[in-house]
Ligand binder design. Structure first.
Ligand code: PLP
Length: 385
């Protein structure tokens, strides 16, 4: 057996049907969607617009409210900088949370250098933002609220609908990074009252390097990239046609399989969580026990470095904290923000289940976790069971 992939929060494999949909646009349908004086361009234009329709349908938006980007990092940058620059005469204050993806946090840090003021809201021990904290943080200067739909490390589902209601009441623009939620849980931009919503292709079995930004009709944004005026002049540059087609197909598939998949992944995840918590002493589940996306589990095992545990689980591709913090060997800022002590945060691993995972794989993971946690603890001078 090859290495079993359980890191679907970091990226997902391309769905074979997505690859099939993309191939013609890497081969014979190579036209430029702006060159509609001939058939090549028209075919590409039609494919882009069909994909736009599919993305819109998944989040219950209108076709013309979807802009294609190079991924969610760009979508987050475009949403936040785009609003900040467009509305800077109205105010200079932004509200976000301390557990956002770096694409949001570092964009906010950049804007602080540009003179904007940013409030980074705390979260509770489950990783939840309190809507009352959002309300209290609003000032006359507030122009934007950006809170993620689902946290990528612990899978906690944030109260987006409630925050959206507050934002709407106060007339403040609301952005959500929905990369870890769209395609996994029901996402309806109308019900959530969001004005901007970021999507990434490669987190939903689509290709890397393509994403989308939902922009509520009538909302003004200053573009980041100027040029030929593509994507209603909000995002210039010749469209990544194969990528966009792939993203559209991935959204279409997600809409079809989401319910069944959520059911299956919830079952597998619950089986794993129950086994770990009952059979491995001094283990804990990080994140909310119920308000979490189906495929995510995040554990800490006292006295066992997350990194060492992952290295010892050779049959599995897992992550400790987020992919980015893995490289730097720092305790996850998300877990620290949740009030988890640094010593415990260092002992965390994330299991990201996805479309291809099976019950046998879960059983094997449970067995290997039990053995390896016990073995590493025996060797650890820090652990006294
Ligand atoms: C992966 C991810 C991003 C970045 O998306 P890219 O398409 O890789 O740029 C942003 N936000 C969240 C929550 C993510 O999980």
């Amino acid at each position: 057996m090859g290495v079993i992939y359980m890191d679907h929060n970091a990226t997902t494999p391309l769905d074979p049907a997505v690859l099939e949909a993309m191939l013609p646009y890497l081969k014979e349908h190579f036209g430029n969607p702006s060159s509609t004086t001939h058939e090549y361009g028209k075919v590409a234009r039609e494919a882009v617009e069909e994909a736009r329709e599919k993305v819109a349908r998944l989040i219950k938006a209108r076709r013309e409210e979807i802009i294609f980007t190079s991924g969610a990092t760009e979508s987050d940058n475009l949403a936040i900088k785009g609003v900040a620059y467009a509305y800077k005469d109205k105010g200079n204050h932004i509200i976000t949370s301390s557990i956002e993806h770096k694409a949001v946090l570092n964009t906010c840090h950049f804007l602080e250098e540009e003179g904007f003021k940013v409030t980074y809201l705390p979260v509770d021990r489950y990783g939840l933002v309190d809507p009352d904290d959002v309300k209290r943080a609003i000032t006359k200067e507030t122009i934007l609220i950006s809170i993620m739909q689902v946290n990528s490390e612990v899978g906690t589902i944030e109260p987006i609908e409630e925050i959206g209601r507050i934002a709407k009441e106060k007339g403040i623009i609301f952005h959500t990074d929905a990369v870890q939620g769209v395609g996994k849980i029901e996402t309806d931009v109308g019900r959530l009252n969001v004005d901007l919503l970021s999507i990434s292709g490669h987190k939903i079995y689509g290709p890397k390097g393509v994403g989308a930004l939902y922009i509520r009709k009538g909302l003004k944004l200053i573009p980041l990239i100027h040029g030929g005026g593509q994507e209603r002049s909000i995002r210039s540059g010749t469209e990544n046609v194969p990528g966009i087609v792939g993203l559209g197909k991935a959204c279409e598939i997600a809409g079809e399989v989401m319910e069944k998949e959520a059911e299956k992944l919830t079952y597998l995840r619950n089986k794993l969580v129950e086994a770990v918590l009952s059979e491995i002493p001094d283990s804990q589940l990080n994140g909310h026990p119920e308000r979490r996306v189906p495929g995510n589990a995040n554990f800490s095992f006292r006295g066992v470095e997350g990194e060492s545990l992952i290295l010892s689980l050779k049959d599995f591709a897992l992550s400790s904290g987020s992919a980015c913090t893995s490289a730097s060997l720092k305790a996850s800022y998300v877990l620290l923000a949740m009030g988890i002590p640094e010593a415990i945060a260092h002992c965390s691993i994330r299991v990201g289940l996805g479309r291809g995972n099976t019950e046998e794989q879960i059983d094997l993971l449970i067995k290997e976790l039990k053995e390896n946690v016990a073995r590493l603890r025996k060797m650890s001078p820090l652990y006294e069971g």
